[in-house]
Design a protein around this ligand. Sequence first.
Ligand SMILES: C[S@@+](CC[C@H](N)C(=O)[O-])C[C@H]1O[C@@H](n2cnc3c(N)ncnc32)[C@H](O)[C@@H]1O
Length: 215
Amino acid sequence: MGHHEHNHEDSDTNPAEYWDRRYGEAEPIWTGKVNKVLADVASGLEPGRSLDLGCGEGGDVIWLAKNGWTALGIDISEKAIARARSAAQTEGLGEDRARFVAGDLTEMNLDAEVDLVSASFFQSPVMLNRTAILRAAAAMVAPGGHILVVSHASMPNRNGDGPKFSSPEEEVEALGLNDRDWEPLIIESRARTHAGRDGVEMELEDAVVLYRRKS
Ligand SMILES: C[S@@+](CC[C@H](N)C(=O)[O-])C[C@H]1O[C@@H](n2cnc3c(N)ncnc32)[C@H](O)[C@@H]1O
C-alpha cells in the first residue's frame, strides 16, 4: 500500500469498517436504482465489458448487466457486495453477466481490459486513494472504450459527514488523461433533485466527466 490522500479529518478510521458500518445502518442505504447519468451515457454505447469502482449495492452493475454488458463491480464493503449479489440473483443475472468482488481497490491489481470504467460517487469521508485508483482503472480501458466519473460537486451537508466534493475540472486533473490518447466527451456539472429519507427534496450538483480512449 502506498500513501493515501486524506479527504477528511477522520483519517484514522479503517475504510472497510467505516463502510460496513454505513451499510449496516439501514438496508439498503442507496436506492438500488441505476444512477441516471450512468444509464444515459451507457445507453449510447456498444455493450462490452464494464468495471464499476465502488459499486456499493450494485444498482449500476445490475443495470449494465441487464443492458447487455458483462459487468463487474468492486467494493470494499462485504456487506454492500453481499447485497449486490443477492439483488443480481433476484434479477436472474448469473455471474457471467453481473459479478461482484469485495476488496480494497487500492490493493488490487487492475490489469484486465474493459470497455467501460464507471465510478459513481466514488467518494469517501475516510481514507481513499482515489486518484491512484482512477488512474489505474483508466489504464484498463481498451481502445474505443470509455471512462465515466460522476461525483458529488455540491450538496446540502447536514451532518458534517459528507465526502470531499469534486468539480468537473478537479476530476479532469485527478484523471490526468493525455489528449493524444483520450478524447473528452463530457466535462460538466449537472443539477439533480434528490428526495432525502425524510422526503424533503434537495438540489444536488454532480460533476460529470466522460472520456473516450482513442488508442
Ligand atoms: C458514496 S458510495 C457510492 C456507491 C455507488 N457507486 C452508488 O453510486 O450508489 C462510495 C462507495 O465506495 C466504496 N469504497 C470506498 N473506498 C473503497 C476502496 N478503497 N475500494 C473499493 N471500494 C471503496 C464504499 O464502500 C462505497 O460503497
